[in-house]
Design a protein around this ligand. Structure first.
Ligand code: PGA
Ligand code: ZN
Length: 429
């Protein structure tokens, strides 16, 4: 079996939103092949690594990735040929040096990440190991709490629903991941019936959750608590709620604009608003409660609510050790969202997770709203013992494929599998 990278090739494929994205195939010198594809966000952080798009309005409205594909097929292929696919850091550093920019804008983080992931998968394949075992070794036996996004708002519902982008359920009381997936799905189905009863739309948003039009951000929470009960579970005991308002999207001129409620709140008022929600609903995780530039607001938010829920920075940290370190030093949050394509290589993602764990921070693994059926993040979550992940509703192929992969991993671990459960949510203050 060879570990010498012979060739990488790329093509343009479509993602779940129907936009083009990049798919990479990596080959070793004995003609073994592994494939990886790259997702794409809609509510992206401004400090994320750059996703390179053609901008040629005549193709895909400018969203084509042909230039990134060409870079992989020519420049990147020439540079990585001959590297050992097991030497992930060496490969990733080579890609970083080749790109030469701080934010990967020259070659594109999409091109770079696809090569990084395909090489890792090829290494796993040629060492005859599953990806999760190759990446995580013997410590890879912790199955995450699946945080399922069952009501979509914000830009994922094209502004038709709640201001808050994501309302997720976390079946942390289940004995296993497979049981958690079942419970989550039962709540999802119960919610569908509840919405139908109220003559609300059951059409789904980008991540597979329902996107009903509502007149407040409390209403989805009320529906969810009701659905949990209707499915036969105890809110807060068996199943809790996680929210990602993605508040950078409604932050303007120092205020948080809640259109559905006709209010414009300061960071302190917004924090009070969340405290009120936590009084009334079993919320165990709040992601991007405040905006990516509101560092002072985050400090206040963490002081007030850090002991009540895990406070996760997504747009604030963009999976970048530079910003996570600042967050740790200034005590701004208790966890980082982890998205491979926010930073653009596997090695840098591993560094972000390691830094978080070193300081007792949580790591919340995440898909993007524009996804492919690639299941890399499922394996990575188990490998890194991240304890929880979000990859959409228990509905739509590109979402369920990740949950299905986790069930496969759990089954192959057998009695050695351990389900993360409630303690995965970091509460401090
Ligand atoms: P995105 O949203 O993938 O559309 O950027 C996900 C998130 O905000 O967590
Ligand atoms: Zn987010």
């Amino acid at each position: 079996m060879s570990f010498v990278l012979e060739k990488v090739t790329a093509r343009e494929i479509l993602d779940s939103r129907g936009n083009p994205t990049i798919e990479i195939e990596a080959f070793t010198s004995d003609d073994q092949m592994a494939r990886a594809s790259v997702p794409s966000g809609a509510s992206t952080g401004s400090r994320e690594a750059v996703e390179r798009r053609d901008g040629d309005k005549k193709r895909f409205g400018g969203k084509g990735v042909r230039d990134a594909v060409n870079s992989v097929n020519t420049e990147i292929c020439g540079a990585v040929k001959g590297t050992d696919v097991r030497e992930q850091r060496q490969l990733d550093n080579l890609l970083l040096a080749l790109d030469g920019t701080e934010n990967k804008s020259r070659l594109g983080a999409n091109a770079i990440l696809g090569v990084s992931l395909a090489a890792a998968r090829l290494a796993a394949q040629n060492t005859r190991q599953s990806l999760w075992r190759y990446l995580g070794g013997l410590q890879a036996n912790l199955l995450p709490v699946p945080c399922m996004n069952i009501i979509n708002g914000g830009v994922h519902a094209r502004g038709q629903g709640a201001d808050f982008q994501e309302f997720m359920i976390a079946p942390h009381g289940a004995p296993t991941l497979a049981e958690a997936v079942r419970q989550g799905n039962e709540v999802y189905q119960a919610l569908r019936l509840l919405l139908l009863e109220k003559n609300l739309s059951t059409a789904v948003g980008d991540e597979g959750g329902f996107a009903p039009s509502v007149s407040s951000n409390r209403e989805p929470l009320e529906f969810i608590v009701h659905a949990i009960e209707k499915a036969g579970y105890r809110p807060g005991e068996d199943i809790s709620i996680c929210i990602d308002p993605a508040s950078s999207e409604f932050y303007r001129d120092g205020r948080y604009h809640l259109h559905s409620e006709g209010s414009a709140l300061s960071a302190q008022e917004m924090t009070d608003y969340y405290a009120g929600l936590m009084d009334d609903f079993p919320i165990v995780l709040l992601e991007d409660g405040l905006a990516e530039d509101d560092w002072a607001g985050w400090k206040y938010l963490y002081q007030q609510l850090g002991s009540r829920a895990e406070l996760v920075g997504d747009d604030l940290f963009v999976t970048n050790v530079k910003y996570i370190r600042r967050g740790i030093e200034e005590e701004l949050a208790s966890a980082a969202l982890i998205k491979l394509n926010q930073i653009g290589t596997l090695s840098e993602t591993l560094d972000a997770v390691a830094l978080c764990h070193q300081y007792g921070w949580g790591t919340f693994m995440s898909h993007r709203s524009g996804e492919t059926t690639d299941t890399f993040i499922a394996d990575l979550t188990v490998a890194l013992r991240a304890g929880h992940l979000k990859t959409g509703a228990p509905c739509r192929g590109e979402r369920v494929e990740k949950y299905n992969q986790l069930m496969r991993i759990e089954q192959s671990l057998g009695n050695n599998a351990h389900y993360a459960g409630f303690q995965t949510f970091v509460h401090r203050g």
